[in-house]
Write a protein that binds this ligand. Sequence first.
Ligand code: TXA
Ligand code: MG
Length: 559
Amino acid sequence: METRILPTDLPPLLHHAVDEAVRLLRGGDVVALPTETVYGLAADALNASAVAKIFEVKERPTFDPLIVHLPHKKDIAMVAEVPPEIAAVVQKLTDRFWPGPLTLLLPKKPEVPDLVTAGLPTVAVRVSSNNVFKRVAQGLGRPLAAPSANRFGSISPTSAPAVQAELDGKIELILDGGASLHGLESTIIKVEPGEKKPLITIVRPGPITPDDLKPFGKVQRVDRTLIDEASEAPGQLASHYAPSTPLRLLEKPSDFTPEPGKKYALLSYRGDPEDGYADLTDWEQILILSPGKGKLPEAGVRFFYVLRELDNAGVDEIIAEPLHEHGVGIAMMDKLRRASVKGGHSARLPEVRKKAVLDAKYFDFHGDIQNQELNLPQWRQAGTSYFVTFRLADSIPQEKLEQWSRDRQQFITENPEPWTTELRAEFHKQFSDRFQNWLDAGEGACLLKDEAIAVIVADALKHFAGDRYELGAWVVMPNHVHVLVKPNGGHTLDKILHAWKSYTTHAINKALGREGDVWQNEGYDHIVRGPKAAQAIAKYITDNPAQANFETPYVESRV
Ligand code: TXA
Ligand code: MG
């Protein structure tokens, strides 16, 4: 596919570009459009298959919900229900900040596909003030789902060439609206009724600052360590906005000692030698966020651009100076801290890692089985990794499974969401862990303890590895099997699982001279949200034998 970039800087060009974009969107295609924050990859928000294309193009895990952009302020009812108890403050906020870089989380209407909100009951809504974007949305007359127009895990683009660098050949059209005004994604807030004033929670900091919001209620920030990826802001994964070059955010110049032979670039705040960073080493490159002035909004506009440039500078590590942490500086520092995780020097690293490990460890078995039934074939898209568990037919007795399922349902009924971190941990302890423990306790005949049988399974897993799929990690336990697998283009998880199960059933029955089911019918798979979760899952898999006091040669990890 050839990607066209259409200019919009003269009225006839703008008309033509908008017509083309509307035509493609109406046909269920995706188009990259400028907004005042960053470039978005837009699709008709009420057309689930169009929305699915966003995920395909972005290679984004489908659990990440998207922001929905309305044609006009008055169109809020197209996608969201404003609860009466916050209607007044929502009215004031939208009067003041829309169109503009403020996104509200509101209860969603059923018309909004679950794919847009990743199954969440809320939808993120805003109205863009960008003239090109507005014309397209109004021309289409429908809401547009649009995440930033980058591939998952890389930096949000702030110009048409930056979008092209990310998505060339993967989309048909980019409208060029020049450089983004803000260069930082919109501020996302949640609004709740409060005791005296409404409570405004900043879920993602951005161009609209806490000071801007103060006149409208009591403003608080979400404690990042408490963010639950499934219910708050899943996009705030530690790796979400990070450059691929390791980055280290410093607190003060003396925190840095160069290692001999390593190449470094400096992300400088204002390029002032007096700040003490310029002559810490012989920098390969120094880029300045706010040249000579130290103005945060200017730094904001250049932020992603500068990060991208430094990422391409071919250095071993990017060293970032700290910014003033107020106004949009809060958002930039937030992103630098996240990016800093990869460098391995951030003070927040332990918490972030712990969180990823926690998430990966606590699989919600039943929940994920249900997800399979939601009939969202897009979840089986190429490029996604899955954590798969399948177990022997006799590994967990049916009555036990049913009792477990009833207890679990009761817990959910008795404890309506939102859950505290403690409650969530308790839930996982009672249900996810209990399940794992049953498996590890070795219920049933444990056919797979027999090496001659285990090797059949291991061979089956390895048979099409590197061809139909990539094997990240796997283990054959006495009564179950865990696999971290990534299907290759054109091969679906369902087909792969089916092939593994039917081949091994046949071979195991033959070896044992028996007939009938080997595996429990219902499998379990869990989408893997990014590299950190993959690592944690691979660790879980390779640790499983020791955990269950079982020795086996049939365990491997390439992650
Ligand atoms: O400035 C922006 O907001 C840009 C432009 C294109 O509009 N869009 C953008 O979208 O940044 P995206 O998809 O890259 O980020 C959306 C963020 C993610 O962190 C996502 O998890 C969060 O919004 N989000 C979306 N819906 C949500 C919901 N219902 N609850 C919690 N977080 C939500
Ligand atoms: Mg993004």
